[in-house]
Design a protein around this ligand. Sequence first.
Ligand SMILES: Cc1cc2nc3c(=O)[nH]c(=O)nc-3n(C[C@H](O)[C@H](O)[C@H](O)COP(=O)(O)O)c2cc1C
Length: 139
Amino acid sequence: MSRIAIVYWSGTGNTEAMASTVLQGALDTGKDAVLLTADQFSGAQVPDYDAIAFGCPAMGQEILEEDEFEPMFSDCESRLSGKRIGLFGSCGWGDGQWMRDWETRCLSDGAVFAAESVIAHDAPGSEELAACRALGAAL
Ligand SMILES: Cc1cc2nc3c(=O)[nH]c(=O)nc-3n(C[C@H](O)[C@H](O)[C@H](O)COP(=O)(O)O)c2cc1C
């Protein structure tokens, strides 16, 4: 059975709601999936999982959250080559630049996208939650 990790950071709960729904999508398809916050994950754990969904909102000026998520994610990057991943996160006023930059970074790490990235503006609506569920199923 494939092992899936959903690793996220969320300040006000929007990305957390997305993460819970990605988890649900993975569990729905009978996968062995776990939900972890950024401080519970590190690069050393990447090889333990067949696929990983990473979730982080747009912070700073169109960047990943700097204190917990960015250090954790950058620690993972050298082990992402060939790894099936998915990205998701919430943003406010932006047009998704943080997600485009993050995708470019993952591609240059050699990661393989299992599904399209999911962006919500503020709290995820039913369409974004359905996309999160589909992402979880595709991992
Ligand atoms: C310090 C800070 C910086 C932010 N920077 C951006 C940004 O650059 N672009 C954007 O679209 N939204 C930005 N936002 C809005 C958040 O991405 C948005 O509120 C999101 O829903 C938060 O997700 P969360 O509830 O998972 O923490 C920022 C919010 C905060 C608190």
